[in-house]
Design a protein around this ligand. Structure first.
Ligand code: PLP
Length: 374
């Protein structure tokens, strides 16, 4: 038995390690809190990148969430297969992806697929591919509101690009995508002020487009740290797009204690070896838990070993320095909360679903594959 509230595993000895465990009640509570903070399902367009799973999509659909967001064609396909009626692929289509996007749209006529562009090259390629479709592709402009990753600054070139969407055959202007992943202030007041500044920029740009007679039906904004702030943004068409909230993780929980989410996807690991005094080796290498922060960055936090120090991480081993190794004989099962859950989930083909302390189901991480049918 592992008892570490709110987590309980009655028979950990029956579960191989390393395994990804999903605590279903916590996922449900996270989804409900997400809806509440966004101000209702109409103001939500959650990102599927964290879970990549049709089972979680069905939980969202059952709660009335109609609009969904993703980054890859495989995620879009997984969403449509699961019954999502409205899917935004919030990643510019390059190379064969414009054709794949169009083929996917043609294959699922009951689903509306929306695209983003941040340059005329994307728009022209999508327009050319869309000639094969009998309906136009609703296309948003990806704005760079400070992150500097993708997007176009909300200025003259962006306004021309938006007008171009109105002229290009096969496309129809569909609004603005303004992801503010750079707003990471731990202090809520500071984060709120920064998010409000983004809202003002985007509103001013939307007004400019509207004054030119162009429709702007939606503004898709925010990830986990900022979406509660955007949820209260009093502007038409706002759709909040958090992703991590569904499973949540150690990094977000410790950095943003103002958010009411609980890590719901954990790893089961075991002590594999105690090579020397004060040292434990766990079966939690970087093929089982994401290692996207440079060493000695935290990979996972273990409730039973809160002060363990990471001293090594390789493909199948996580090596820790621990004061009281005596408490952890070889074979001891341990729970670990991933530091960054999204890339961790993508390392696991399936998640074991835990309810009332027992594994009751398995969820496939379907869209961890880059390519499904399309
Ligand atoms: C474009 C985009 N939208 C939304 C999100 C969701 O953000 P979060 O993981 O903070 O919920 C991400 C996260 O990477 C993203 O890249």
């Amino acid at each position: 038995m592992i008892e570490s509230p709110p987590y309980r595993l009655i028979d950990p000895d029956s579960i191989p390690s390393p395994s990804l465990l999903v605590f279903r009640d916590l996922v449900a509570a996270n989804l409900d809190a997400m809806i509440r903070l966004a101000g209702g399902v109409d103001r939500l367009r959650p990102h599927a990148k964290t879970h990549k799973s049709a089972d979680v999509v069905r939980m969202a659909l059952a709660r009335g969430i109609v609009k969904h967001k993703c980054a890859t064609i495989a995620e879009a396909e997984m969403l449509a297969e699961a019954g999502a009626a409205d899917v935004l692929v919030a990643y510019p289509m390059v190379g064969p992806n414009a054709e794949r996007f169009v083929a996917l749209s043609a294959a699922f006529p009951a689903t509306t697929f929306r695209a983003v562009v941040d340059a005329p090259e994307h728009a022209k390629a999508l327009s050319a591919a869309a000639a094969k479709l009998d309906r136009p592709v609703p296309t948003l402009i990806d704005l760079d509101v400070g992150m500097g990753r993708t997007g176009i600054a909300p200025g003259d070139a962006a306004a021309s690009l938006y007008a171009e969407l109105d002229r290009l055959p096969g496309l129809v202007p569909d609004g603005l995508h303004a992801y503010d992943g750079h707003l990471t202030a731990a202090d809520l007041g500071e984060r709120t002020a920064a998010a409000r500044a983004v809202q003002e920029t985007v509103s001013a740009f939307r007004d400019r487009l509207a004054a030119a007679g162009l429709p702007v039906p939606r503004i898709v904004m925010g990830g986990t740290p900022t979406f509660p702030i955007h949820g209260s943004f009093d502007a038409p068409g706002v759709e909040c797009s958090p992703g991590t909230v569904v499973y949540h993780d150690y990094n977000y929980r410790t950095r943003y204690p103002d958010l009411p989410f609980t890590p719901a996807a954990l790893l089961l690991t075991r002590v594999v070896s105690r090579p020397r005094a004060g040292r434990l080796c766990l079966d939690l290498g970087h093929k089982a838990v994401a290692a996207d922060t440079p060493p000695p960055g935290l990979r996972a936090w273990l409730p039973a070993l809160p002060d363990a120090k990471v001293v090594g991480h390789s493909e199948e081993h996580l090596v820790l320095d621990v004061d009281d190794v005596g408490r952890f004989p070889i074979g001891t099962p341990l729970l670990a909360i991933p530091a960054h859950v999204c890339p961790t989930v993508a390392l696991h083909r399936r998640a074991l679903v835990v309810e009332n302390g027992r594994v009751v189901d398995e969820w496939e991480t379907t869209a961890r594959d880059r390519r499904l049918k399309f």
